[in-house]
Design a binder for this molecule. Structure first.
Ligand SMILES: [Zn+2]
Ligand SMILES: [Zn+2]
Length: 345
């Protein structure tokens, strides 16, 4: 069957691999229809790894995807052949103490689809057919498109981050980075707060997109009046900073906009050499809260789509056919104007 595997840095290649066969009764085979290219896929592509997840053998990237049931499971009659589904890529063990403590996203035995974090690696949506536990398949109503259903994963990531912020109804929010995650941050934050939601990025095109979707303000640090403008929307400082850029100096440059006792929620993945402004955190009693993947937010993300509170098509900037996956990831890795690139099958 068709598959595009990551062989190493900048090397995603067509590979004919065997069709998966369900090995356990609770598994189904899904034919992939849409896949989103994520920042972490780009890390794998550019660096051949992400953090300490280093692939031991070629595998298929793509953890943001949707599709149809190709082979059903006798134990799960709700998932008939042809049922449209979105795939929750998170497979915690559910039995360890971390899982039992309600932090399944931190499970040490996590099997994440389309990730090299466990071995054997679990192929993701860059393979056309995938074996999936039935419980990871979320059924879709007809009006939800495959491409938006593929984006439930990043939406879940953002919902998890905001759950760590607590109730934000009367809180001002500053977001750094206007890629997919940053855009979703302002879309979700605007649902929950009455106060200002301001986003920053060095790319004007990304800021224009944020403004078009509708946020309080979208500001570029390259502009001379940037600081004054940022402060003008929250004169006493922001309550929450959602850091979604992963830029090495971003915290040093941004903590000054926070209120005393404010909170930083980290979504962006830092590279080596990132700076941390210890003194600013100390003297202002700031809280630094990293947010990793998501916990049980997938259903909640689906609900936002089903109730039409969020329109994820707004962040899709380009689409590629399945056979052009290598072109799609190459473009995603160097384009400054794209937000989310989607692959369609
Ligand atoms: Zn992702
Ligand atoms: Zn566990």
């Amino acid at each position: 069957m068709k598959s595009f595997l990551l062989y190493g840095k900048k090397d995603v290649r067509y590979s004919d691999i065997p069709y998966p066969e369900p090995t356990e009764n609770h598994e189904v085979i899904v034919k992939v229809k849409s896949v989103g290219i994520c920042g972490s896929d780009i890390h794998y592509y550019k660096d051949g790894k992400i953090g300490d997840f280093i692939p031991k053998e070629p595998f298929a990237l793509g953890h943001e995807f949707s599709g149809v049931i190709e082979k059903a499971s006798p134990l799960h009659p709700r998932l008939k052949i042809g049922t449209r589904v979105s795939i929750n890529p998170s497979r915690p063990c559910k039995t360890c103490t971390t899982c039992k403590a309600g932090k399944q996203n931190l499970c040490p035995d996590m099997k994440y689809i389309g990730s090299a974090s466990v071995y054997p690696h679990l192929n993701g949506g860059f393979s056309e057919y995938i074996k999936i536990p039935a419980e990871n398949c979320v059924t879709l109503e007809d009006f939800i498109s495959f491409e938006t259903a593929a984006l439930l994963e990043p939406l879940s990531v953002v919902l998890h981050a905001l759950s760590l912020a607590g109730d934000i109804k009367r809180k001002s929010v500053l977001i750094t980075g206007a890629g997919t995650i940053g855009q979703l941050c302002h879309m979700v934050a605007n649902l929950y707060t009455d106060e200002a939601v301001v986003i920053t990025d060095i790319r004007d095109s990304a800021l224009e997109k944020a403004q078009e979707i509708g946020t309080t303000a979208a500001l570029n640090p390259k502009n001379s009046n940037f600081e004054t403008e940022v402060i003008s929307y929250a004169p006493e400082g922001y309550d929450i900073l959602l850091e979604a850029s992963g830029a090495n100096t971003i915290l040093t440059n941004s903590v000054k906009f926070l209120k005393k006792g404010g909170k930083v929620i980290q979504l962006g993945m830092f590279g080596d050499g990132a700076q941390f402004p210890f003194a600013a955190f100390m003297k202002n009693e700031l809280t630094y809260q990293p947010s990793f993947r998501f916990n049980n937010e997938y259903e909640k993300a689906l609900e936002l789509l089903q109730t039409k509170q969020i329109d994820l098509t707004q962040i899709i900037s380009d689409r590629f056919p399945y056979d052009r996956i290598p072109d799609a990831i190459e473009k995603a890795s160097c384009s400054l104007n794209d937000i989310k690139i989607i692959i369609e099958n």
